[in-house]
Design a protein around this ligand. Structure first.
Ligand code: NDP
Length: 278
């Protein structure tokens, strides 16, 4: 009898992760025999926990806050996008026993924006709020869409400047603090701060969002986040949260592991329906 292949998401905290649900929906849809668990792993136990997982026959891992930089350091090989991000959210055991690290966050975001919501990034002025791990993962895939420019604004200004410096060979990208945003306007504003998780907002000036512009919060919740509400209040044509990105980055990881691409639309619709009961 065949046994299912084992996968897991490591993070801390991890209790509320939707990843086990998403991957079991993908597995049912594609007929793949997998088992996917969430495991709480503190940063100091990361290396031992990953080694034990693969030694016991595990095939692949997702890594989330605060483990993405550690996963980057753990991987024997990295994809180009993971190398650029210096953060890894997907580890995959290779046939020769080595571990490949990838970062599917940026690709998940771009797919959600462009394919699911029909928003073109080409030629757009884009503002990214925040300069943490999520921002690192999304900058290169966004620059590949050839926006007019990216501005990264962060509370700790030095981190925004550093990030802009790391990616400037790939396109027009600059960094600043929130107070430098007065008088500027953007067609797409992405909130990659974790402020929404505590229902807070970075200080944003009026007039920041262009007419018919889009707001997108990488965070998601059962009710609209503070930034999604800000977008609606400031006339956004669309003000979206990161549920679609979450499902798309998971689909990309599933593809890396299983070589099969699940359909994401029914999974997004199902999870969205569960948080907005009619
Ligand atoms: P990090 O902890 O690495 O970075 C947090 C960022 O938020 C920093 O830039 C920090 O600024 C900023 N910040 C925190 N609190 C505030 C505040 N009150 N006001 C202004 N800025 C603040 O987190 P990540 O980058 O890993 O995650 C960011 C968000 O993206 C989270 O909400 C996470 O859930 C979401 N995410 C969603 C994904 C999805 O699939 N939908 C995937 C990955 C992330 P400073 O540098 O000054 O401390």
């Amino acid at each position: 009898m065949n046994h299912p292949d084992h996968y897991a998401v490591f993070g801390n905290p991890i209790k509320h992760s939707k990843s086990p649900r998403i991957h079991s929906l993908f597995a049912a849809q594609t007929g793949q025999d997998i088992n996917y668990q969430a495991q709480e792993v503190p940063a100091e136990n990361f290396e031992a926990a990953v080694s034990a997982f693969f030694a016991q026959g595990g095939k692949g891992l997702n890594c989330t806050v605060p483990l993405k930089e550690l996963a980057w350091a753990y991987a024997n090989q990295k994809t180009e996008r993971a190398q650029l991000a210096k953060a890894v959210n997907t580890l995959a055991l290779q046939a020769d026993g080595t571990v490949l690290g990838d970062n599917t966050d940026g690709c998940g975001l771009v797919t959600d924006l462009t394919t699911n919501h029909g928003i073109s990034l080409n030629g757009t002025n884009i503002l990214i709020l925040g300069a943490g791990g999520a921002s690192r993962g999304i900058i290169a895939p966004i620059l590949a869409q050839q926006p007019a420019r990216i501005v990264i604004a962060n509370r700790t200004v030095d981190k925004a400047l550093q990030l802009a410096c790391e990616f400037q060979q790939l396109g027009a990208v600059s960094g600043c603090g929130f107070d430098a945003l007065a008088g500027q306007q953007f067609g797409l504003i992405l909130n990659a701060t974790s402020a929404s998780l505590s229902d807070q907002l970075p200080p944003l000036p009026d007039g920041l969002l262009a007419t018919h512009g889009t707001c997108y919060d990488l965070a998601y919740g059962n009710t609209p986040t503070a930034f999604v509400r800000w977008g609606i209040a400031h006339g956004a044509a669309k003000s979206l949260d990161g549920l679609g990105m979450l499902v798309e980055q998971a689909a990309e990881a599933f593809f890396i592991w299983r070589g099969v691409r699940p359909a994401t639309a029914p999974v997004i619709a199902l999870l969205d329906g569960e948080r907005n009961p009619q």
